[in-house]
Design a protein around this ligand. Sequence first.
Ligand code: GDP
Length: 170
Amino acid sequence: MSRKSKPKSRIHKLAVDSIKRIDYLCDQKFKTMTNRTFTMIKPDATEKGHTGGILQMINKAGYRIVAMKMTHLSKEKAGEFYAVHKERPFYQELVDFMSRGPITAAILEKENAVEDFRKLIGATNPANAEEGTIRKIYAASVGENAIHGSDSDENAAIEGAFFFSKLEQF
Ligand code: GDP
């Protein structure tokens, strides 16, 4: 009896190990396929009451909200966020605009999050944005263009950490 049960238990162990291995591989695949981007609904869209409409488009596009808050950037914080544009002629205008009123900042998760989100928001200048994109629908000009979307995985991580601690990401 015990002699018969030994091979069975070895097979059982092998099967369990195989299932664990498959689970692990699926988990790894899921991790590599899922990534994050960062967004801000800008002051112009907030003022015009477009926050709900924009969030609905984001939800419909399949993004999971990992973190979200409404906040009002100081000039100093807006300048820091857009420091990469410091030498550009529109920098001061951009800082004034982004600190003009409340924004909604969020971290979003989906496969291919960064690239797909850039498609969803459309070109920087709404005049060049494709029909159906957030900027085409809600933005007024190249400066006041309703929404921000990170342009790389690296920047998405930096920008998300600018607004949210690890404890605020779910
Ligand atoms: P984005 O990645 O599409 O947001 O574009 P950029 O990184 O090039 O620019 C950052 C932000 O600066 C844009 O979203 C606009 O709000 C603003 N911006 C860009 N170009 C101009 C411009 O020519 N004039 C003004 N006033 N603002 C601009």
